[in-house]
Design a protein. Structure first.
Length: 298
C-alpha cells in the first residue's frame, strides 16, 4: 500500500523519508526514485549524500519537512530535478540552472570535448571565441575552465539566461575571460571574427515539440528548444555569417538534432564550408565541426 504524504506533526527521520520517498516516487513513475529522494533530502539538509547515509536517524525539523514536501510535490509534477535543486552537472562542473535556461545535456559534452581537444592541438594563437545562444553558459565556461585561451563572448537573446550565465562565470572564476552580451544572432552579427565558435541552437521543429517528455516540454524554455520553423533556421544563419564571423583558420563546433546531419552538412557545403560529423556514444551524429574549405585536415 502506498505510504501517505509525510505529516508535519509526526517526527520523520532521514531513514523514514528515504523509505517513503523511494516508494512514493516509484508509484509516480519518476526516474531513479531512490536517487531522487536522496538528492532532495541532501538539498533540504545542506549535506552530501555520504553525510546522508551517516545520519539516518536524524529527525527533520518542521521547516525542513515542509521544504521537502514542496520539493516532492514539484518533482511528482515532473518539474526537472535540476530546476528544483537549482543546479546541474556538466563536464565535471556544476552550473546554476533555472527555467530561463536549458538543463545541460550529456550529449553536449561531446561538443565541449571536441572543442577542447582542437584548441589544445592548435599551434596558432587563439584569442577570441564566440558562444551563440549561451543559455547557462555551460559550453563556453566548460571549455574556458580547461583552456586558458581564448577569451569568450557569450551571446543570448534572453536577459534572464545571461544573468544565469554571468553568475556561473563568477562562480567558476571565469568572469574576466567571459563577456555576456544580449544579442539575437538572427538579427545582429557580433563585431569582428572569432577563432572558435560554439553553438547549440534551437533545432526542434514545432510539431516535434509535442512529442517531448513532459519534463522538457512543460518546463524548459521553448525559445531554446524550437526555432518555430523547420529546425534549420540557426544553421542557415550560421552559413550567412560564417564568412565574417569565423576566422580564416578558425573552427566552429555545432550541435545537431537527431537526423539533421545530412541536411546541415549540405547547407554548410553550399556556403563554401567544410564539415566533420562527430557521432555520440550511441552512434548518432551529434556534433558538426565546421571550417573554411581552404583548410586541410589530417
Amino acid at each position: 500500500m502506498r505510504r501517505p504524504t509525510p505529516e508535519l506533526e509526526r517526527v520523520w527521520t532521514v531513514r523514514d523519508l528515504i523509505t517513503w520517498g523511494q516508494d512514493y516516487f516509484g508509484t509516480k513513475g519518476v526516474d531513479s526514485p531512490r536517487l531522487t529522494i536522496d538528492l532532495l533530502l541532501c538539498s533540504v539538509l545542506g549535506i552530501s549524500r555520504l553525510d546522508l547515509y551517516m545520519q539516518h536517524d536524524r529527525p527533520l525539523t518542521r521547516d525542513e519537512l515542509a521544504q521537502l514536501r514542496e520539493y516532492v510535490t514539484r518533482r511528482s509534477q515532473r518539474e526537472p530535478l535540476q530546476y528544483i535543486l537549482g543546479r546541474g552537472d556538466f563536464y565535471g562542473l556544476q552550473f546554476e540552472v533555472n527555467p530561463a535556461v536549458l538543463i545541460p545535456r550529456p550529449e553536449t559534452e561531446i561538443l565541449v570535448d571536441r572543442c577542447i581537444r582542437w584548441i589544445k592541438a592548435t599551434h596558432t594563437p587563439l584569442t577570441r571565441a564566440l558562444d551563440i545562444g549561451t543559455g547557462s553558459g555551460c559550453i563556453a565556461l566548460a571549455v574556458a575552465h580547461h583552456c586558458p585561451e581564448p577569451s569568450w563572448t557569450c551571446i543570448d537573446r534572453s536577459h534572464e539566461a545571461l544573468d544565469v550565465a554571468r553568475r556561473n562565470a563568477q562562480q567558476l572564476g571565469l568572469d574576466e575571460r567571459c563577456t555576456m552580451q544580449v544579442l539575437d544572432i538572427l538579427e545582429t552579427m557580433p563585431p569582428g571574427s572569432f577563432d572558435v565558435i560554439t553553438m547549440n541552437p534551437p533545432y526542434i521543429a514545432p510539431e516535434e515539440v509535442q512529442t517531448l517528455d513532459d519534463e522538457v516540454r512543460l518546463h524548459e524554455p521553448s525559445m531554446a528548444l524550437t526555432d518555430n520553423a523547420d529546425g534549420l533556421t540557426f544553421y542557415r544563419r550560421f552559413v550567412e555569417i560564417a564568412p565574417a564571423c569565423l576566422a580564416p583558420n578558425g573552427r566552429a563546433f555545432i550541435e545537431l538534432g537527431y537526423g539533421q546531419a545530412d541536411a546541415v552538412s549540405a547547407l554548410m557545403r553550399e556556403g563554401g564550408l567544410e564539415t566533420i560529423v562527430v557521432d555520440d556514444l550511441a552512434g548518432i551524429p551529434r556534433v558538426l565541426e565546421v571550417f573554411h574549405n581552404h583548410i586541410t585536415t589530417a
